[in-house]
Design a protein around this ligand. Structure first.
Ligand code: AMP
Length: 326
């Protein structure tokens, strides 16, 4: 059975549509197909590169798992786990960092993004090495596919490269080479300002947003000043670019026609977007309010035990290969 694995960082209380469509939705599809061995982890070790407040990390963690479950992830079909409790992740991280060159790491987006906002002296080593830990998280499980948004594609490719490098040095075909899993139409979900939806840009629509907030956010999406009757290009309209995530093929066809022929106002499309978002987010928000912390911790414990069993066996083999076996 092919194996799928992905994770989300608990950096904020509220996940957003970008996380849903760039990660959770794929996992729901894999789970639904019944043909894959599914793993969804909590990228809490990665969160430490951004957040140094234990209470916030704990609160965000509970909300993250709550969102996974409220969105439909079933712990019987998808192993939900906490890598920070599995020593093999940090151990493999070290082994991989010893076969990775600094020059290679300097080409990583995570580092370049950090460099665009900060001087090198102020970037943590954790931020610089983040893709190495991500590679360890993935290749420890001999994963086939890693569903991600476009922003993480390069990091999955690095995981592939480093797995191949390790295999080349220590043992041919030892690690499976993972593949990014990205659907073109979901590669980058735009935020309300048109840039990539992101917690750090504060341009997101959250999966816990209440109806009033959703209304305000949909109203705040900038639109061009084109009279209602004039034809418009839907692909240049950010309201449409978010709305299309929720449209059936027929609805999409009608809306596109409305734009292209003219006569459809931006207010009408914003109203429709608001309706669709409330219809989509309302049940997730409601279901998540029904999930207790105890339930989450139990699920996490069980998933972590299962993941630890797999990865500690792999780590024993890695230790043997590099010469740490006595
Ligand atoms: P992060 O919040 O950085 O931990 O991201 C968790 C997952 O959501 C990763 O697979 C990202 O690629 C994906 N993701 C985050 N933002 C977006 C976005 N705007 N569009 C598509 N995928 C996204």
């Amino acid at each position: 059975m092919k194996r799928v694995l992905t994770g989300i960082k608990p950096t904020a209380e509220n996940l957003h549509l970008g996380n849903y469509f760039g990660s959770i939705k794929y996992m729901l599809e894999f789970q639904q197909s019944g043909e894959y061995d599914n793993f969804m982890f909590l990228a809490n070790m990665h969160t430490l590169t951004q957040l140094h407040n234990s209470e916030d990390i704990k609160k965000n963690t509970l909300n993250l798992i709550r969102t996974y479950l409220a969105s439909g992830l079933d712990p019987q079909k998808t192993t939900i786990f906490n890598p920070a409790k599995i020593p093999a992740h940090a151990q493999l991280n070290w082994v991989l960092s010893c076969v990775t060159n600094i020059g290679y790491m300097k080409r990583m987006h995570a580092y370049k993004d950090a460099l665009a906002k900060n001087t090198e002296e102020n970037i943590t080593v954790g931020t610089f090495c983040y893709p190495i830990l991500m590679a360890a998280d993935i290749i420890l499980y001999d994963v086939d596919y890693v569903p991600v948004g476009k922003d993480q594609k390069q990091h999955v490719e690095y995981a592939r490269d480093i797995a191949a490098r390790f295999n080349n040095i220590f043992k041919p075909d030892f690690f499976k080479l993972p593949n990014p899993w990205i659907q073109q139409s979901l590669a980058t979900i735009p935020g309300i300002d048109g840039r990539k939806m992101s917690k750090s840009y504060n341009n997101y629509i959250g999966l816990f947003d209440d109806d009033k907030t959703i209304f305000k956010k949909t109203r705040a999406i900038p639109t061009a000043s084109i009279p209602v009757q004039e034809p418009k290009n839907p692909d240049e309209c950010n309201v449409y670019n978010i709305l299309k995530l929720f449209l059936s093929d027929d609805e999409d066809k009608n809306i596109r026609e409305g734009y292209e022929k003219g006569g459809l106002s931006f207010k009408e499309v914003k109203d429709l977007l608001y309706e669709k978002l409330v219809e989509f987010i309302g049940p997730i928000r409601y279901k998540s309010s029904e999930i207790s912390d105890e339930e989450i911790l139990n699920i996490l414990d069980q998933g972590t035990n299962k993941a630890a069993e797999i990865s500690s066996k792999k780590m024993l083999e890695i230790n043997r290969l590099v010469g740490f076996d006595f």
